[in-house]
Design a protein around this ligand. Structure first.
Ligand code: 5RP
Length: 221
C-alpha cells in the first residue's frame, strides 16, 4: 500500500461542496490534490483551492482545480498539508519542500488544519529532521555564523549546486539540531531574530492528523 496516497485520498474526503481549501505542498499533498481534482471532474465537487507553492499551484491548474490566492478569499475552510515530523504532542516540523512560509500563512488563516503523513514522520521529539529557517538573503551569511556560534549546525539549502531560492525569493538555512527539547523557546528565539522570515516549527496549529500505516490509516482529532 502506498501510505502517502492512502492518507491523501482519505484527507480529500474532508473537502465538502462549496469549501475553500488550502492545498499543501509535497509528495503526500500531491495525492490529496490529485484526488480533489478527480472529485471536481467526476463528482462535480465545487471547491476553490488556495495553493501554498508554485508546484501545488501548477498541479492544481493542470488538473482543473479553480484556484485563488490567500488574499483573494474571505476565509479558508481547511488546509490539508504534509509534515516532516510530528511529535507525540502533535507539534509539527515542516518546510522540507521549502514552502513553509506560504504553508504557515495559509494555515494561520484557516479554520481547520489537517496534516497527512506516513507513520515514519511520527517522532518522540522534533529535531532529527533539519529545521528549515527561511531568511532574507541580505545578511544571510551573518545569520549563518550566528547559528553556527549557537551550535545549531546550520547548512544552506542547495539545489542543483545553487542556493535554494523559495517562492518568495528567500534562502533557507537548515539547522541540524538532532533533538529539539523546547520547541516553544526555539520558535520564540527564531521569531525574534532579525533576518529570519519564518521557521518550520508549526506549534499548536493542527486540528486533525491522518497517519498512514500498513495496518490502516489512523485519524487523530
Ligand atoms: C513542504 C512541506 C511538506 O509538507 C513536507 O516537507 C512533507 O513533504 P512530503 O509529503 O513530501 O514528505 O512542509 O514545505
Amino acid at each position: 500500500m502506498n501510505l502517502k496516497e492512502d492518507v491523501g485520498i482519505k484527507a480529500a474526503n474532508y473537502v465538502k461542496d462549496g469549501m475553500t481549501v488550502g492545498l499543501g505542498t509535497g509528495s503526500t499533498a500531491y495525492y490529496m490534490i490529485k484526488e480533489i481534482g478527480r472529485k471536481i471532474k467526476e463528482e462535480k465537487l465545487n471547491v476553490v483551492g488556495v495553493p501554498t507553492s508554485t508546484v501545488s499551484k501548477q498541479q492544481a491548474i493542470d488538473i482543473g482545480i479553480p484556484i485563488k490566492s490567500i488574499d483573494e478569499v474571505k476565509k479558508v475552510d481547511l488546509i490539508i498539508d504534509g509534515a516532516d515530523e510530528i511529535s507525540t504532542d502533535y507539534q509539527g516540523m515542516k518546510g522540507g519542500g521549502a514552502a513553509l512560509l506560504f504553508e504557515k500563512i495559509v494555515a494561520t488563516y484557516t479554520d481547520q488544519v489537517i496534516w497527512i503523513v506516513d507513520e515514519s514522520k511520527m517522532v518522540d521529539k522534533l529535531g532529527e529532521f533539519p529545521l528549515p529557517v527561511e531568511v532574507i538573503p541580505y545578511g544571510q551569511h551573518q545569520l549563518f555564523h550566528l547559528f553556527a556560534q549557537k551550535g545549531y549546525h546550520p547548512s544552506f539549502r542547495m539545489e542543483n549546486d545553487q542556493m535554494k531560492i523559495t517562492d518568495s525569493g528567500h534562502s533557507i538555512i537548515d539547522l541540524n539540531l538532532t533533538q529539539i527539547d523546547n520547541p516553544e523557546k526555539l520558535a520564540k528565539e527564531l521569531d525574534e531574530t532579525v533576518g529570519v522570515v519564518e521557521h518550520g516549527l508549526f506549534l499548536n496549529m493542527v486540528n486533525t492528523v491522518i497517519i498512514g500505516k500498513q495496518s490502516g490509516a489512523q485519524t487523530i482529532s
